[in-house]
Design a protein around this ligand. Structure first.
Ligand SMILES: [Zn+2]
Length: 336
């Protein structure tokens, strides 16, 4: 991304193995993330930035120290690099690994090839070569599904719980799917868009709330005996969505927030204090969930790939960004 709104597909030097823990992968499919729209819209600084952090592909070459992967393996990677061995990783927070870094910017997987550091700790091989129709769902596991899943786990979604999901973008929809898989009784999707409401219901939403702000909070309370939801997923990242999520959570309830918070989002301490809710959020430790998510996709228990509603070849990436920016697409898959 040369600058806001200016995406170009250009030739770069091929990456090479540098460290013995590296793997070189030939990317099969990648996609455009809702978070890629922040720099596209000029909300985050951008200057000749390498884009892309969601990816699946085939291992082309491995460093001498790579033990769990071999050349030819089909792999799904996390959007965060992690060694998966440090104390933070072993506690399940691979997105904050002591050797961690972000794929976005540094590597950029909207490309044909990528060098993945700490390959054993970042990539997970599938049981074999996937059928073509599984590729979108495996790709979803790389970020949106993993992020929605983390949000649902952070929100303590499960049997006996009512879950409210703030945000009807790809991550919010994956939060609905995750809450359903985790056994939630009731799932309320907050969405004002008819097409996304349909998708939310397909993924497991039992109720739709099409209002937001004060009205949205009131609607959630009306559906929960005036108490608020047990579990709330926040998947937008704005001041309004965060406050709406906190106010929709019942005292003692859990809020998982995964919308990328931006400058200017501040949480008033007095409201937080008296809300009395559990808060957990941040960049999702997708690596923690990848083996399980790959298994569910492989067994065709879940079909998160339906979240992609536009598929383009990599050289038309600019159109993919434009379509998402103009809300003509929820999420764009790029074939390589
Ligand atoms: Zn680590």
């Amino acid at each position: 991304m040369y600058g806001p709104g200016d995406v170009r597909v250009v030739d770069r030097e091929d990456p090479k193995i540098i460290d013995p823990t590296d793997a070189l992968i030939a990317i099969t499919a990648t996609c455009i993330c809702g978070s890629d729209l922040w720099p596209y819209r000029g909300v985050e600084p951008v200057d000749h930035t390498l884009m892309g952090h969601e990816y699946v592909g085939v291992v082309e070459e491995i460093g001498d120290a790579v033990a769990t992967l071999k050349v030819g393996d089909f792999v799904v990677g996390s959007f965060c690099i992690s060694d998966n061995t440090c104390e933070i990783c072993r506690a399940g927070y691979q997105s904050r690994c002591v050797h961690g870094s972000f794929v976005a910017g540094a590597i950029g997987t909207q490309s044909e090839l990528a060098r993945i550091p700490y390959a054993d700790g970042t990539l997970v091989a599938t049981p074999g070569q996937p059928d073509q129709d599984l590729i979108p769902s495996l790709l979803a596991a790389s970020d949106v599904l993993g992020t929605g899943w983390f949000a649902a786990v952070a929100a303590a979604a499960g049997p006996g719980k009512t879950v409210a999901v703030v945000g009807d973008g790809a991550v919010g929809l994956m939060g609905v799917l995750a809450a359903k898989q985790l056994g939630a009784d009731r799932i309320i999707a907050m969405s004002r868009h008819a097409d996304r409401q349909v998708l939310a219901r397909e993924f497991g939403a039992t109720d739709i709330v099409d209002t937001r702000g004060d009205e949205g909070v009131t609607a959630i309370k009306d559906l929960t005996n005036g108490l608020g939801a047990h579990s709330v997923i926040e998947a937008v990242g704005s001041q309004e969505s965060m406050m709406q999520a906190i106010r929709s959570t019942r005292p003692g309830g859990h809020l998982g927030y995964v919308g990328v918070a931006h400058d200017g989002v501040t949480l008033p301490a007095d409201q937080l204090f008296f809300a009395e809710v559990h808060l957990l959020g941040g960049p999702a430790p997708v690596r923690r969930f990848l083996p399980d998510l790959i298994d569910r996709v492989w067994n065709r228990t879940i079909d998160p790939g339906r979240v992609f509603d536009l598929t383009l070849p990599l050289d038309q990436a600019a159109e993919g960004y434009k379509a998402m920016d103009e809300r003509r697409a929820v999420k764009t898959l790029l074939t390589v």
